[in-house]
Design a binder for this molecule. Sequence first.
Ligand SMILES: Cc1cc2nc3c(=O)[nH]c(=O)nc-3n(C[C@H](O)[C@H](O)[C@H](O)COP(=O)(O)O)c2cc1C
Length: 180
Amino acid sequence: MMTRPVLLLIPGALRKGSFNRLLLAEAARAFGEAEVIEADLDLPLYDGDLEEAGGVPDKVQALVAQIRGADAVVIGAPEYNKGISGVLKNALDWVSRVPDGAFRDKPVVVVSAAAGRTGGEAAQFMTLACLTPFQPRLMPGPMVLIADAMNAFDAEGRLRDETSRSLLAERMARLRAAVA
Ligand SMILES: Cc1cc2nc3c(=O)[nH]c(=O)nc-3n(C[C@H](O)[C@H](O)[C@H](O)COP(=O)(O)O)c2cc1C
């Protein structure tokens, strides 16, 4: 269909040096030619009073517009205490407040990088569970779990492990096929 699809990267961490951000950059390279956009989840905490007083904040509306405009989405889920990051959950909660489901039928892949030995597996499963109400098109493929994240990337931000690179490539090829 399209020659240059829009790929939205959603890092579930705010810090600049986030390993999940590095992993998303690797995912984008594996996805291939695309207009790559990165979401900013630095949003106010969801607060029903804030919403009632001023509606859904502009930054959330901008995020929703990015999701709507994307042909494919990759979420990088950090693991905090065996769960989804508050930053990511907060963003999902806000997005859910905007009618007409931005994620509905959207091709989505979740990947994770974490310090621990499981590579954020618990957070990744929890993210998939939290996405359920949004009814995205979760793309199948091998799970991408980057363990020992601080040693997993080289100085150029490339994944060192060949197996991880090939699993990511397979996953991204399937995402790419979904928008072709
Ligand atoms: C509050 C907190 C909780 C954490 N809990 C876990 C955990 O349950 N499992 C794990 O593998 N790493 C855990 N870590 C380490 C993170 O995996 C590590 O900080 C990682 O770099 C976070 O992702 P980021 O690099 O994308 O920011 C935790 C870190 C923080 C700050």
